[in-house]
Design a protein around this ligand. Sequence first.
Ligand SMILES: *[C@@H]1O[C@H](CO)[C@@H](O)[C@H](O)[C@H]1NC(C)=O
Ligand SMILES: *[C@@H]1O[C@H](CO)[C@@H](O)[C@H](O)[C@H]1NC(C)=O
Length: 279
Amino acid sequence: MQYKSANSRTLAAMKGLLIVFACVSVTHCVEFYTEKPSYMQTCRINDPEFVKCSTSSIQKLMIQLGKGIPEVEEVIGTFDPLKVKEIQFAQDNQGAVQLHANLTDMVATGLSSMIIKESKVSKKDYSWETKVFIPKLRLEGQYKMSGKILLIPLNGAGHMFIEIENLNLLMRTKTRLYEKGGFTFYNVTKLRMDLNPGGVKTNFENIFNGNSKEVERSTNLFFNENWREFFEALRPLITETVETTMLEILQKVFHLIPANFFVEDIPTSTELYKKGKKK
Ligand SMILES: *[C@@H]1O[C@H](CO)[C@@H](O)[C@H](O)[C@H]1NC(C)=O
Ligand SMILES: *[C@@H]1O[C@H](CO)[C@@H](O)[C@H](O)[C@H]1NC(C)=O
């Protein structure tokens, strides 16, 4: 085990390979980096300044995502603007919020301006807690919706946008370490976000199915004037959208880049899980 991993590391270094293809089967090959890309900053979790280092390391990664990481772009396209997968959302409860929404052709802009305020990594289970600030996040696309927002019954379809300003978010990410080609990788398994916006602008076209342009205008105005309540009503929908999108990106990135390039002294999965609680 030791020998094999050391050997493949040396071999990769000798050949000067940046990317290797690990083929599980003929049809299923996964590519990953075996050399540290120059934009990466590596930290040591046992260093007292780890959080500071990790914050700067993740910031650099985000900047690079904005510039484009080819292997990631192949799968998700550009990071900013970003194509968002179709969202089907249903929420029913006894409260004021009953909403069914389908969002399609969605594009998110603003992610590349994100500022990493703090990136913590737990030594216990290598979960992450990340504080992020996004000056302006815009979601735009086609919607189809029925239900109520702020007690207003809606039944419409058309173009919409939601622009979230000064968005502070706390991201809690669960990971599971695994080994590949002599490196340790993060398998990003779960992601939860707590969104805290500083302002919201929105417009839903055709919100009453074309019944009255005047009522449509005044309703959108009402949403904008009461943006906090509007956001609360749509919080589950927006949170789910952002969570699903970020999870997919992070999974792709961390299957590609070894965790060793982020945290030099990360344990192997065997080391971490054998001394931890039994799973
Ligand atoms: C959303 O799409 C699903 C599946 O296509 C459909 O069952 C549902 O009625 C749609 N909801 C709205 C509000 O259009
Ligand atoms: C990552 O985790 C998911 C589910 O938690 C699992 O299905 C998948 O096989 C894991 N991938 C790797 C490479 O370990």
